[in-house]
Design a protein around this ligand. Structure first.
Ligand SMILES: C[S@@+](CC[C@H](N)C(=O)[O-])C[C@H]1O[C@@H](n2cnc3c(N)ncnc32)[C@H](O)[C@@H]1O
Length: 288
């Protein structure tokens, strides 16, 4: 380096105080709670966005995050902070429970022919709602009689784009039986493209589960799948989520959580239903 060469810009740093400020802000906006053990993960992404936006310091970047009218930067950062791990037929026993126990009970009590509505939140890249659609096609005789609407939501706009595209890696589809692969997917290079009619069976929407104004329009669901999201929330956001689901569900509706999540520990709004295939939660049939 010659004597006159400009020194490289120092990398912006995130102090412990900055981390706490950010943690509190991000928690209020998304319900996601970062423990101190996640510090490296969070700092790395903040530094990346400070550099990409040219704000230069945490202070400048934090101002942008809080006051940008469009909220675009908050969305960009949220997309980086989410954990999108998922795959087809994950926790398959719940899909078996859906077709063998939950749906038969729902249609037994249904008066009229309204569509059966399923809300799958969070969708991540779509493997879960598409697994539900294929499972119904393959295993539920009622599919020829009942109209089913599957709405699937996530806070991450980048992952929703991937969900809508319906193209997956070998790892994503590793638990899909060979005959389903042949029927529903087309190999394209190293990837697998999902058939259009299954893609069209799911409507994807951007929703922040912790923002009441964003969930108001989500009503009259018979089944909710909310798997592997509440593990990222603290007790308060979990309770808010439980109340949101309660409002969103029809009386007698069912909710399925991830295997390490339990509604009984969060809220008494739902009763436990032990079916042969899985334990799920139900809103009382007498509820409004
Ligand atoms: C681990 S994935 C779970 C995907 C799928 N349900 C499964 O179990 O395979 C968690 C997803 O939750 C989404 N997420 C995080 N906070 C959210 C919020 N407040 N509202 C909606 N989705 C959220 C993330 O973007 C991520 O895609």
């Amino acid at each position: 380096m010659t004597a006159n060469a400009p020194l490289p810009e120092p990398e912006p740093s995130i102090s412990s105080e900055d981390f706490l400020k950010f943690k509190e802000f991000f928690y209020r906006r998304t319900g996601i709670s970062f423990e101190a053990t996640k510090r490296y993960f969070v700092d790395k992404r903040l530094v990346e966005r400070i550099e990409a936006t040219g704000t230069g310091t945490f202070r400048g970047y934090f101002t942008l995050l809080r006051f940008q009218a469009s909220g675009e930067e908050l969305q960009q950062l949220t997309n980086l902070m989410t954990v999108n791990e998922t795959y087809f037929l994950r926790e398959e026993y719940q899909f078996r429970c859906l077709v063998d126990s939950i749906l038969p009970e729902i249609v037994r009590h249904r008066i009229g022919s309204d569509a059966i509505r399923i809300w799958c939140i969070p969708s991540s890249s779509g493997e879960e709602p598409y697994s539900i659609a294929m499972y119904l096609m393959e295993n539920w005789p009622g599919i020829s009689k009942w109209d089913v609407e599957i709405i699937s939501s996530d806070i991450d706009t980048g992952i929703l784009r991937r969900a809508r595209a319906g193209r997956y890696s070998a790892r994503s589809v590793q638990h899909v039986p060979a005959n389903w692969m042949a029927k529903y997917f087309k190999g394209i290079g190293e990837e697998y493209q999902l058939r259009n009619d299954i893609r069209d069976a799911v409507e994807f929407t951007r929703v922040n589960l912790c923002e009441p104004a964003e969930t108001l329009a989500y009503r009259n669901f018979d089944v909710v799948f909310c798997r592997n999201l509440l593990i990222y929330f603290d007790d308060l956001s979990r309770q808010t989520a439980a109340e949101t689901f309660y409002e969103a569900m029809n009386p007698g509706g069912f909710i399925c959580l991830g295997h390490s999540e339990s509604m009984s520990r969060i809220s008494s709004l739902f009763k436990v239903r032990k079916f042969p295939e899985a334990i799920v939660y139900q809103k009382s049939r007498e509820a409004k």
